[in-house]
Design a protein around this ligand. Structure first.
Ligand code: ADP
Ligand code: MG
Length: 331
């Protein structure tokens, strides 16, 4: 069974409280009577979400940041987190100390505190599980479900660096003809996501819908399209690329194919959102005030699904699926 079939068939019927938003968003939103609490959980598994040779402080920070990214996608402010650790084999005391130092650094950076958790050890891969709690000011939050036909579609930051970073780590020094600085840049983007908290908060009341790009631009656009009952069109050539990604993508027919790969790769943790055309100035102001670049990459249309256009405006064949956990099979 696939990840999303499992969620649809067996978990969604259990999400009987409206706070769960039908298990269809980046986080749950619980009305407390005096404001809203926002809660998200993401786990990192050694060998899947991080590599055994990643620095322990970087693993700690990534565990917090992928969750902060989900809180950001709701337009909420993070408060604190619960931490679950299942340590596998080879963690030395000095690694654990470095892991905790990484948590401390990001607590200071994002104004967080540890609230509790659980610690175990086993004979297997290390798993780090974080439940992040945040609050939505005045109960106002962003969801995946608010896009309207005619909206502009935007993405923050640059596309595909996270995926490129993973490739660079997996394939070694001479990957893709990147310079050392470019290679370091994409590896840093893979290891250390930048949750767009300030940008998303500035977009509350401006954006109609938002999601953080974790599974890949096209797949996550698909989640917004489905929840919003509209289609999303992406002009691949309009996406913003880092110098490293631009060099890797090359030119001509090769570029089109490579842009498609960047749009299907995960781990960017950028914000994808829609806003009506009359809010273009407000979107630009939100980008300026948060210091994060925002690029208009398409639009929402009456219809369904995600349509990806090449530089000539032709619709490209895409395998919409981004990264999915679990595998088909089993009775
Ligand atoms: P994200 O990429 O934003 O972390 P996911 O794609 O992991 O979101 O999950 C999709 C939705 O399904 C989310 O609303 C998430 O809370 C929910 N979900 C996933 N796994 C579980 C689970 N084991 N129990 C409850 N809800 C889950
Ligand atoms: Mg998310």
């Amino acid at each position: 069974m696939k990840e999303f079939d499992f969620i649809d068939r067996f978990l969604r019927p259990l999400a009987t409280d409206s706070a769960a938003l039908g298990l269809g968003d980046d986080a749950a939103v619980l009305d407390t009577g005096c404001g809203s609490l926002v809660a998200a959980k993401d786990m990192l598994i050694e060998g899947v979400h991080f590599r055994a040779d990643d620095p322990p402080a970087a693993i700690a920070k990534k565990a917090l940041r992928v969750n902060l990214s989900d809180i950001a996608a709701m337009g909420a402010r993070p408060r604190g987190y619960l931490l679950g650790c299942a340590w596998g084999g080879a963690w030395r005391d000095s690694d654990l100390e470095a892991f905790a130092a990484g948590l401390a650094e990001d607590q200071a950076e994002f104004g967080l505190a540890l609230l509790g958790g659980d610690t175990t050890a086993h004979d297997g891969a290390t798993v780090v599980s974080v439940t992040m709690i945040g609050e939505a000011a005045d109960g106002a939050f962003l969801s995946r479900g608010g896009a309207l036909a005619g909206d502009d579609l935007y993405a923050s930051g640059t596309l595909g660096d996270g995926w490129l970073g993973l490739q660079a780590l997996a394939r070694g020094r001479d990957f893709g003809g990147l310079s050392d600085a470019e290679r370091d840049h994409v590896i840093d983007r893979y290891r250390l996501p930048q949750p767009r908290i300030a940008l998303a908060r500035a977009l509350c009341g401006v954006a109609h819908a938002a999601i953080d790009i974790s599974d890949g631009l096209i797949a996550d656009a698909g989640h917004v399209a489905r929840r919003s009952n509209c289609g999303l069109e992406i002009a691949l050539d309009a996406t913003l690329l880092s110098d490293a990604a631009r060099k890797w993508a090359g030119a001509g027919a090769e570029k089109e194919n490579n842009l498609l790969m960047l749009a299907q790769g995960g781990d960017d943790y950028e914000l994808l959102f829609t806003a009506p055309p009359e809010k273009r100035d407000a979107v630009a102001a939100a980008a300026r005030s948060s210091g994060v670049s925002v690029t208009r990459i398409g639009r929402a249309f009456r219809g369904a699904g995600v349509r990806v256009l090449n530089a000539s405006g032709e619709i490209l064949e895409t395998a919409i699926g981004g990264y999915e956990h679990m595998t088909p099979g089993g009775a």
